[in-house]
Design a protein around this ligand. Structure first.
Ligand SMILES: [Zn+2]
Length: 198
């Protein structure tokens, strides 16, 4: 067998959204059919590795350690923070155009099975933002599954000592267990609209 090719296929298959078939198609395309595209991809990856960094404020996508475009935008409400699991959730919500506040990426959800404890998530950073003052709403846009539920309850405990902060959670037209970042804009929009006190 061709080890180099197999290795490329295996590596691509680890990427989110890639299955065996799409990994094979992409590997053939890059390794054999279009080497220019492969070179372009290699350059873009090297550039991203070098320059893309998490936003120091929200944990979303940014460059060279600077605050992201959303956190730098004075027109965005800083009193309302939408809590998401991953930076890709921010992109999905932004595409739906249904949120004018800021974001906070916690970096996953609580899971005893995967050994994801509260210390591994950026929940303290959220509490620090509340302590700095000016925050009136924390909206939880976490997964609609058992782990997402447990994470919401944990955050609820942490936010409870601050009576000036209303905790809300997005309503779910989203199917149970589904990931926010895979939902379409219309679904996200109605889920955001149907948010309720948590
Ligand atoms: Zn940011």
């Amino acid at each position: 067998m061709n080890d180099t090719f197999e290795n490329l296929k295996k590596t691509l298959k680890k990427l989110p959204g890639f299955g065996l078939k799409s990994a094979e198609t992409a590997a053939l395309y890059l390794a054999l059919e279009n080497k220019d595209a492969a070179r372009e991809l290699a350059r873009a990856l090297a550039d991203a590795l070098e320059n893309v960094t998490p936003c120091p404020e929200c944990g979303g996508l940014s460059e060279n350690g600077k605050p992201c475009a959303i956190c730098s935008d004075a027109a965005r409400m800083s009193s309302a923070i939408c809590v998401v699991e991953k930076a890709s959730d921010i992109n999905a919500i932004e595409k739906s155009g249904s949120w004018r506040g800021r974001y906070h990426v916690i970096g996953g959800k609580l899971s005893p099975l995967k050994k994801i404890t509260p210390e591994k998530l950026n929940i303290n950073g959220l509490v620090e933002k509340i302590q700095r003052g000016g925050v009136t709403e924390i909206m939880l846009a976490l997964s609609n599954d058992i782990e997402g539920e447990a994470t919401c309850h944990y955050i609820q405990e942490k936010v409870a000592p601050y009576p000036g902060v209303t905790l809300t959670r997005i309503g779910f037209g989203l199917p149970s267990g589904s990931q926010l970042s895979y939902a379409d804009s219309g679904t996200i929009k109605s889920a955001m609209k149907a948010r309720r006190n948590f």
